[in-house]
Design a protein around this ligand. Structure first.
Ligand code: SF4
Length: 195
């Protein structure tokens, strides 16, 4: 009996459903007075860590132009979905979801898809997750785009490196900053895969 790796499947049977799925999801992204670009920005900000919730990181994540992101951010702020704040001495602008922003995301079509994915069998879900992660990593490399991974697989992550620190127990060597367990689940613009 052959293994999965020995199968000579047709890759288009993965690519075609992905294309159709993306189109179907995109069609639903015009609800609640938002457009797809604004929803993408809200979803990103809901997942980004505190170093990555800036207009610059958002621009890199979406692969958009600065002008497009600036308009998106202004529209989201005007509609009350995000707030802007200057956080440190360098006056870097950080973007935070408001209650209204979190509430609209709870009705997001991609949240519905995530719930549907929960209903798949555990084995199917784990295999799909691994396969999709590999495809995404491949396309990101091909396009020269940053990975935006989370701390677990990052070369700057030191598990329990700040044990006992109020913001710990983990450490980011790059930002020389403690990381909580919740921080480590978020995505980061500076993530670099560990060897
Ligand atoms: S350990 Fe890596 S992913 Fe985590 S905050 Fe630091 S640079 Fe970002």
């Amino acid at each position: 009996m052959g293994t999965d790796d020995e199968d000579s499947g047709d890759g288009r049977l993965i690519a075609w459903p992905l294309e159709r799925l993306a189109r179907v999801m995109r069609a639903r992204e015009h609800e609640d007075g938002l457009n797809p670009a604004q929803r993408e920005a809200l979803r990103y900000l809901a997942r980004a860590n505190r170093f990555s919730n800036t207009p610059g990181a958002l621009t890199r994540y979406l692969g958009a132009t600065k002008g497009t992101i600036s308009q998106t951010v202004m529209a989201l702020e005007r509609k009350g979905f995000i707030t802007k704040a200057e956080r440190n001495a360098r006056k870097a602008v950080h973007l935070t979801l408001t209650e209204k922003g979190r509430e609209v995301l709870s009705r997001d079509p991609w949240s519905d898809l995530a719930a549907a994915a929960e209903d798949l069998g555990g084995k199917t879900r784990r295999r799909m997750q691994r396969g999709l992660e590999q495809l995404l990593a491949h396309e990101l490399r091909r396009s020269g785009l940053a990975s935006f991974g989370s701390c677990g697989g990052c070369r700057f992550f030191r598990e329990k490196g700040r044990d006992g620190d109020a913001g710990g127990p983990h450490l980011c060597m790059l930002f020389e900053s403690p990381l909580s367990a919740e921080d480590t689940a978020r995505i980061c613009f500076a993530h670099e895969a560990a060897d």
